[in-house]
Design a protein around this ligand. Structure first.
Ligand code: GLN
Length: 238
């Protein structure tokens, strides 16, 4: 088996070490004997929508978001077709904000998003910074770190990634964090997210691989170190 990952705007949107998510997905696949191909997709670089199993877009400051927003818009149809045929999209913070209808930063014009998620984001007047713990519908927890001023509001039909236990999440108001719509995931959790949330990393691997290989049974890994880090992060205050 082979896992094909497109790392969108790797050189622009990589704040707070979000590339750690790519490293985690790569290693967790390779530890199972699955080959991995990671392509860093830069501005104006083509990405065949039928080729990749998983897309990742990380976070960035407003100025980096302004640089990539127009290019991302040009990819809207390709990303919609890729995700509707089962490719996984994981987006963090600045990248997540641009998956909605728009992001209105503090200064300058509103940035049009690609509407992959029924959501919108407006810059708030305080930065939401600190540790975050969220609880998913299945009772599992995800841990991470947030640093954003943007406040994201989900449409009625978009389930959050989880409910806030510690921290602010989407907007510091409605106790939601992130979005999980089919194979499309958005989150404010930096850290990076996946190293300390191994089960979630495997959920993404499973979904991404099933696009071309059907139901894939991932062998169990020794996650004692990852689970120790997860447990420690669970105990951290906001
Ligand atoms: N610039 C956006 C904000 O401040 C996203 C920041 C980020 O990606 N950490 O909300």
């Amino acid at each position: 088996m082979e896992l094909r990952i497109a790392h969108l705007y790797a050189h622009f949107l990589n704040i707070y070490g979000d590339r750690g998510n790519i490293i985690t997905l790569t290693k967790r696949a390779q530890w199972r004997g699955i080959e991995v191909k990671v392509d860093a997709i830069d501005l104006a670089q083509q990405a065949d929508p039928d080729y990749y199993d998983l897309y990742f877009v990380g976070g960035g400051q407003d100025k980096q978001q302004i640089v990539i927003a127009e290019d991302l818009l040009k990819r809207a149809n390709d990303l919609k077709s890729a995700t509707s045929s089962g490719a996984v999209m994981l987006s963090v913070c600045g990248g997540y904000q641009l998956l909605g209808h728009y992001y209105k930063p503090h200064e300058g014009p509103e940035l049009k998003g690609i509407s992959l998620l029924d959501a919108y984001t407006v810059a708030g007047n305080r930065r939401m910074i600190g540790n975050v713990t969220i609880k998913g519908d299945d009772g599992s927890f995800l841990v991470g770190f947030e640093n954003h001023s943007g406040k994201t509001y989900l449409g009625q039909s978009v389930p959050p990634l989880g409910k806030i236990v510690v921290g602010n999440g989407n907007n510091g108001e409605d106790k939601t964090e992130g979005a999980a719509s089919g194979t499309i995931y958005g989150t404010y959790l930096h850290g990076s997210l996946l190293p300390k949330n191994p089960q979630f990393a495997d959920r993404l691997l499973q979904q991404a691989l099933s696009r071309r290989y059907g139901d894939v049974n991932l062998t169990k890994l020794d996650d004692s170190l990852e689970n120790q880090a997860h447990k420690r992060a669970l105990s951290l205050p906001a």
